[in-house]
Design a protein around this ligand. Structure first.
Ligand SMILES: [Zn+2]
Length: 357
């Protein structure tokens, strides 16, 4: 496949902003999880549910949790700004009902929002949505609007399987999702298609469920005409697209056999992040997927936190792999580190410009 050109020119003053578009707030103070544990324990009796006001976290506690974790790692690895969203495995949309999910989503989004206000130079908000199995997806729209319009979210994480690994809800191409897509396109925010923890024992949350989902949603979209209905809708598939880049030929062949447009036809609307944790994987990603469809991300501090003994570097230090791959030149790297993200996340671009960046 011919590699694409960067979609936008970088800032002409020569200053660049290395943007990590996929991280989660995994180091929140312990009272955050303790509140959730109380909420989950009270599901059978709503009267016992804790009040959101019971969760007390000070600004100093948030600063402490960030400065010694995300921020320290960002600075050490050379990224300037990250899109920070609630911890993905904690979204757990399958737990409780819509009311439980809504309360929890607001708490998670508000906490990440506080991080962005305490560290506006370093963090932008990615929001989670109050999804719940068996209810119309449109029920997320009020929180989607609040997150974008009031909290300044630049993207949202949309869970394609709120059942937590059973996949017995409608695919993303089902018209019941359309009201969500109408809101996303109206608000001009992309959705990262990101599942949460699995309650299906056949899957491991981060080892298989996440990667399975990345692959599954791509195939759902390949089989559909969704983007004919929503030509400006933008989806980001995380974790390097699961098996998609590796099996690009398979998707091309299936589309040909079914008389469908090939996977290239999706590339106006679908982007892949670079959360791939070894050099050969990033090399393949950069060779197969056009540059304009790649967005720098690490998902730190996340599922794979250790040091690779073969290299002596952290597995999730993905910038290092992008810097080393022979399949990118400097302008392509600049597009992946900044230009493409600003294009796909227009509200982030506006935010950065408001900061003079
Ligand atoms: Zn993630």
């Amino acid at each position: 496949m011919e590699e694409g050109k960067p979609r936008v020119d970088l800032l002409c003053d020569g200053s660049s902003v290395i943007i990590d578009c996929h991280t989660h707030y995994t180091t929140a103070p312990p009272q955050f999880k303790a509140w959730r544990d109380r909420q989950v324990a009270a599901i059978r009796d709503g009267a016992q549910a804790p009040s959101p006001d019971d969760l007390a976290i000070t600004d100093d506690e948030i600063r402490e949790s960030i400065e010694h974790n995300q921020l320290k790692v960002m600075i050490a690895r050379g990224s300037d700004l990250t899109v920070l969203s609630p911890r993905a495995s904690f979204m757990a949309h399958h737990i409780g009902d819509l009311r439980v999910s809504l309360t929890w989503s607001r708490i998670c989004n508000d906490l990440c929002y506080r991080v962005t206000k305490l560290f506006p130079q370093y963090f932008a908000l990615g929001a989670m949505l109050p999804q719940s199995p068996g209810v119309p997806p449109s029920t997320v729209i009020p929180e989607l609007r609040r997150a974008v319009e009031e909290l300044g979210a630049v993207c949202v994480n949309l869970n394609p399987d709120p059942t937590g690994g059973f996949w017995n809800g409608p695919p993303l191409t089902d018209p019941t999702w359309y009201p969500v897509y109408e809101a996303l396109t109206e608000l001009d925010v992309p959705a990262m298609l990101h599942v949460s923890t699995t309650c299906n024992p056949a899957f491991h949350t981060t080892g298989s469920h996440y990667l399975n989902a990345d692959t599954a949603v791509f195939m759902q979209l390949l089989e559909s005409d969704l983007f004919a209905h929503f030509p400006t809708l933008q989806f980001v598939i995380p974790h390097g697209g699961g098996a998609v880049p590796y099996h690009w030929g398979r998707f091309r062949g299936i589309a040909m056999r079914e008389n469908r447009p090939g996977p290239e036809s999706l590339l106006r609307n679908i982007f892949f992040d670079t959360c791939v944790y070894h050099q050969p994987g990033i090399d393949l990603l950069a060779e197969v997927i056009p540059t304009q469809n790649l967005l720098f991300a690490s998902e730190m501090i996340g599922a794979v936190r250790g040091v690779d003994p073969d290299t002596g570097n952290y597995f999730d230090d993905t910038k290092r792999y992008l810097d080393s791959t022979p399949h990118l030149d400097e302008s392509q790297r600049a597009a992946i580190f900044e230009g493409n993200v600003r294009q796909v996340y227009p509200r982030l671009d506006t935010l950065l410009k408001s900061q003079g960046r």
